[in-house]
Design a protein around this ligand. Structure first.
Ligand SMILES: CC(C)(COP(=O)(O)OP(=O)(O)OC[C@H]1O[C@@H](n2cnc3c(N)ncnc32)[C@H](O)[C@@H]1OP(=O)(O)O)[C@@H](O)C(=O)NCCC(=O)NCCS
Length: 471
């Protein structure tokens, strides 16, 4: 059953669906030419172009193969298997991440900044991820205001967070709260109301904007309940997303921390589609689960120690090291500690990567931030000392394909410096950031009519028989 016009208008919160009529849209755009174009308006314009683009790619290349899939890849966590479409970013093993073709330094240079700030505003990055275009300052300001207007949580979600025991890991609380936002999902409602599949993207866009907008209030509430004191401040509608997040955590008056959050969210937002959190969100979304359900699932993947929880693990590992070898350890003492980790059958957290084969540029960006803001911090110096020692040891151990540091090797040290030293909370900040990349792809997946994901699996018995007589 199709939704009635009034029901659909309510669903889209009085904003008319933009692909109802291209002519009407063009007319509207002309009549308020002085107003900056919104993200939703720009996205609506891009959909038919991208449909044509995909059609042309499939027509010309659709029958071409990437290469053989080996049995080892089936057993080996599908490493390197080309299987997913992901438009926001592509990860090169040697060079690292590019967001819509732009490196991290290029994003730092090109994306709009806050007045007096030098790091990119994550609002601009979201615009870039979704459209492939660099927005204007006005467009970014409008996005900040839009997210601020959407930031309030339903009271039952606040109560849900408050009811969590303090012993429940912040990531579990985060996942519970995000999943519960599905209660008010525009997509779930539209689907029930019989929305046409061509219009899936609109309620997905609305949900995704709501999701991103509400994350600071969820994160702030969890943080204050567990570690902070005092009431949560209100969202300031005149300020940017990172300021509001910082303020909710209790760091709003620390300009450098707010700048760190801008950089942090930007570099953690997206890392192409195959990593656990991104792929999980896409997979769950492919069943037409709404963005809250899809991103709740992403968070559960991010909470694993080989993925996002590694930032917490790095700090725990560093603290243990300091306890064992003291505050200014010799290189030999640090080496011995690293070897003891490996001999204990554990991983060195913050090192290695499934795709990267060089130092992660997200690590480098954080190192540069530290050199600018906290060059003499002892923990930063220890991280630098470890950077000089771990790669040779991992190479000597002979297992890890990539001995270099990843993003998680550095983030906790910066947060600790500013007083956010509750490492159990670190992955929540990664989660706030990762929503940007997952949400952008979910919107495109609905706009392009991406199908249900359903790869083929085999049993070992089947594989043995299948390849028995092949060389
Ligand atoms: C990220 C990670 C999961 C990638 O896994 P992967 O693609 O399987 O990595 P590799 O192919 O290099 O792994 C080969 C072997 O080296 C080991 N290895 C990889 N990185 C290692 C590390 N940092 N410390 C110790 N051993 C490591 C693996 O555990 C594996 O051992 P196994 O053969 O006994 O199973 C892995 O490097 C890791 O566990 N790193 C530490 C956790 C971390 O920082 N995660 C955040 C990633 S952004």
């Amino acid at each position: 059953m199709r939704a009635t016009a009034p029901a659909r208008a309510a669903l889209f919160k009085t904003r008319p669906p933009l692909n109802i009529s291209r002519a009407a849209f063009a007319l509207g755009a002309r009549s308020y030419a002085s107003k900056p174009q919104t993200l939703k308006e720009r996205f609506a314009e891009l959909i038919p172009l991208e449909h044509e683009n995909v059609k042309a790619i499939r027509k010309e290349h659709g029958h071409k193969a990437f290469g053989p899939v080996t049995v080892d890849q089936v057993y080996g966590g599908m490493r390197g298997l080309p299987a997913l479409l992901w438009d926001g970013s592509v990860l090169d093993a040697e060079e690292g991440i590019r967001f819509r073709g732009k490196t991290i330094p290029e994003c730092q240079e090109l994306l709009p900044k806050a007045p007096g700030g030098s790091e990119p505003l994550p609002e601009g990055l979201f615009w870039l991820l979704l459209t492939g275009e660099v927005p204007t300052v006005e467009q970014v300001q409008a996005l900040s205001a839009d997210w601020a207007a959407r930031a309030a949580l339903p009271s039952f979600v606040e109560e849900l967070i408050d009811a969590c025991p303090s012993t429940l890991h912040p990531m579990s609380q985060f996942s519970i709260a995000v999943t519960a936002l599905n209660h008010d999902s525009a997509f779930a409602k539209a689907y029930q109301d019989g929305v046409h599949k061509k219009e899936y993207w609109e309620p997905t866009f609305e949900d995704s904007m709501d999701l991103i907008a509400k994350l600071p209030n969820i994160a702030g509430r969890i943080y204050r309940n567990l570690f902070g004191s005092g009431k949560l401040p209100a969202i300031d509608p005149t300020k940017d997303y990172s300021y509001n997040l910082s303020n909710l955590l209790g760091f709003g008056d620390n300009q450098a921390f707010v700048e760190l959050m801008r950089l942090y969210i930007t570099i953690h937002s997206d890392h192409e589609g195959g990593n656990v959190s991104a792929h999980t969100g896409k997979l769950v979304g492919s069943a037409l689960s709404d963005p809250f359900l899809a991103f709740g699932a992403s968070l559960n993947g991010l909470a694993g120690p080989l993925h996002g929880l590694a930032n917490q693990e790095v700090l725990i590992w560093l603290q243990r090291m300091i306890k064992q070898v003291g505050e200014n350890p010799s290189d030999d003492a640090v080496k011995e500690y690293i070897w003891s980790t490996l001999k204990g059958g554990q991983v060195v957290p913050g090192y290695g990567h499934a795709v990267l084969r060089k130092t992660d540029p997200r690590y480098t960006a954080q190192r540069e931030f530290a050199l600018k803001h906290l060059p003499n911090d002892p923990l930063f110096k220890l991280v630098g000392q470890i950077y000089k020692l771990v790669p040779d040891i991992l190479l000597a151990a002979g297992k890890a394909k990539n001995p270099w540091p990843n993003v998680d090797a550095h983030s906790g040290v910066l947060l600790t410096y500013y007083g956010l030293d509750q490492m159990k909370f670190y992955t929540v900040l990664f989660g706030v950031s990762r929503a940007f990349g997952v949400a952008a792809q979910l919107i495109w997946d609905r706009a392009l009519g991406a199908p249900l994901e359903r790869p083929k699996s085999y049993s070992s018995e089947h594989l043995k028989k299948m390849f028995a007589n092949r060389s």
